[in-house]
Structure formats: C-alpha cells, structure tokens
Design a protein around this ligand. Structure first.
Ligand code: AMP
Ligand code: MG
Length: 329
C-alpha cells in the first residue's frame, strides 16, 4: 500500500491495532461478560484497559515522544476496589509483554492522558464497548492527527464478517493514509485490497447504518431525516466505527449519527480513524450541518454536531433532508 511520507507511522499503527484487536478478541473469548461502570456510568472492560496498555507500549517503543490522547485512564484500577480488575488486565497484557508489572501497565495506560497538540495519536482501545459485551461489533481505533487533520487511520474490527470476499475470514482491518487511499487487510496478514465506497445514487435504495444503542441517538430526529431522504429499507444497527469500515467497503451507503442530546459532542477517537478511511475510500464526511469535522480543537469535536458519512453521492440528499426536518426558532 502506498503510504506517502507516513511509512513508519503507518506500519507501527497497523501492527499496534492488529495486536490490540487480537488481544481484545482473545479476552472476549475467555471472559466475555466482565464489564464495570465508570463514574460517567459508561461500561469498561478488562479489554479496554489491556488494549490501551498494549497499543501505548507499541507506540512508545517506536515514538517515545509522541503524545497519545486515549479514552481510558488508570484511576479506577489504582483504587482499592479496582485491584481485581487490575490483576485481570495485567494477566492479559502479560501474555504478550511478559516482563510488565502492575506499575508498568498503569503507566502505559496513563500515556493516553496527553493533551492534544500539533501532532498526536488518538486511540479508542475498544470502541463500542457495549457491542463487545453484547457479543456484537466493536473495534480498536487509532489515528494520527497532524495540525487538526487525520493523517493516518487504522480500525481493527475483530468481529466484522468479510464484506465481499476480500477477506477470507471474520475479522479485518480498515486503514487509510491521507492522500493515499484506503485499504482492507485481514487480521491474519493477507495482502491489502483497496476499499471503495458504493456508487449508489438513488436515496430510496440507500442502505443506512446507525448506532445500536438507542440511548446514543435522537431516534425521532433520526427517523424523520431517514424518511425525508426517502429511504425504503430499515436501517442496520451496528456499534462502533465498524460502521465506517462497512461504508468504506461499499457494503452500506450512509451513516447518520444524530446525538440524543443537542449539546453532545463526539470524542475525537470515536470518529478520527473512521472519517479518514471513508474519505480515502471516496466517500464524504461532515457534521449534520455540512461542516467538515475539525480534529484540531481538543478531545471533543467541539465545533461539530453529529456526523453524516456517505458514499459521497447521497450526501447532499441527507443534508437537504436535515434542513427540511429541522425546526429553527
Ligand atoms: P456507537 O456505537 O456508534 O454509538 O459509538 C460508540 C461510542 O458512542 C462510544 O465510544 C461513546 O464514546 C459514544 N457515546 C457514549 N454515550 C453517548 C451518547 N449519549 N451519545 C452519543 N454517543 C455516545
Ligand atoms: Mg470506547
């Protein structure tokens, strides 16, 4: 795959995501149901912490001075009530990095606490934790942000079936480098094959994806938009940036993310890798108002409301539909 000036960053990111995705898959096989609530009431699992430690280790080895902005931190594991979880995390990471001790794992997890800067990595070790726990889709998502733009994006999808026979088994990686296109590669290291969005232009035939978790979306507004677009087929519900991989592969045409609360702002690690992969596969990504996603304003997409990702051809139909169903004061 052509990766322009980002050969080393791309290779390291791909290896880190592949190792992280295989570790997450292994953890789910052995202890699928173990999740805990964070102070904000969102779930976290041994896999979230273990994958964050492993990916942070891979990045630190290659780029010791690169900041990482990641979803998890070690606070819950350092509390007395978190000791048994820490033991499970340590056992999981040690299968790959046997020399690590508990202090080393906690420090690796906390490498994800860096502030966004001119050039940094952003990581969601398990995007779609609820899907992970439910036995559905989840991904490991890693992106390199340079001056507010995504330069490299890699999504490891351990549970995603092949979309068109381009991967031989369940579990593949979608990746992209800005200006160089997007590719798919299996978790088992087969050859890269190019990703290309669909050519569908008829909104009535559009295949739409949305979050599985109804709590993440304003269902009434989502339904109104889909109806105004004229879509005939019910949306497919899917957790995480697996949705982005499916759009990039041309197996769906539209992803519409209408947050439940008008003031909700997405986290950068929930969109960075996926948005680049869709764009490099020939698609288009904006917020609900048609504004490009701005990854240069902090840990949140402060300047953007929701997300529309499409094959490009259907994008304006969705933006028009949003205007038509939005009641302005
Ligand atoms: P998805 O499966 O597409 O809904 O994406 C999962 C991501 O949704 C998680 O990584 C969370 O960061 C994010 N999330 C959590 N709560 C909310 C919420 N209330 N509204 C929108 N997104 C949320
Ligand atoms: Mg997450």
């Amino acid at each position: 795959m052509n990766v322009g000036p980002w050969r080393r960053e791309f290779d390291v990111a791909l290896t880190a995501v592949r190792d992280g995705a295989l570790l997450a898959r292994e953890i789910r096989r052995h202890s699928p149901e173990t999740s805990f609530l964070k102070p904000d009431q969102s779930p976290v699992t041994v896999a979230d912490f273990a994958v964050q430690a492993l990916v942070a280790h891979r990045l630190r080895s290659a780029f010791p001075d690169h900041p990482i902005v990641a979803e998890e931190d070690s606070a819950a594991l350092r509390a007395p009530t978190g000791q048994h979880v820490l033991e499970s995390v340590l056992a999981a990471v040690r299968r790959i990095l046997p020399a690590l001790d508990a202090g080393g794992v906690l420090d690796l997890i906390d490498r994800g606490r860096a502030a966004p800067s001119e050039r940094f990595w952003t990581l969601d070790p398990v995007d779609g934790t609820q899907g992970f726990v439910r036995g559905d889709q989840y991904v490991v998502a890693l992106a390199l942000i340079v001056r507010g733009e995504v330069a490299v994006g890699v999504i490891g999808c351990p549970a995603l079936p092949p979309t068109d026979g381009r991967a031989s088994q369940i579990g593949w990686i979608a990746c992209a480098v800005r200006g160089c296109g997007a590719s798919a590669v299996s978790l088992a290291k087969e050859a890269f094959s190019p990703l290309r969005v669909s050519g569908r232009c008829d909104p009535r035939a559009a295949r739409v994806l949305r979050s599985f978790e109804a709590a993440h979306i304003d269902l009434a507004r989502f339904n109104a938009i889909v109806e105004a677009v004229g879509v005939q087929t019910p949306p497919v519900l899917m957790d995480s940036q697996a949705k982005h991989a499916v759009i990039a592969a041309g197996a769906a045409d539209l992803l519409i993310r209408v947050p439940a609360a008008r003031a909700y702002r997405d986290k950068i690690w929930d969109q960075a890798a996926g948005s680049l992969i869709i764009q490099e596969a020939g698609g288009h990504v904006t917020d609900l108002n048609g504004v490009p996603l701005d990854f240069g304003v902090g840990r949140l997409l402060t300047g953007n409301e929701g997300v529309i990702a499409s094959n490009g051809r259907l994008h304006d139909a969705v933006l028009d539909a949003i205007q038509s169903v939005t009641i302005r004061p």
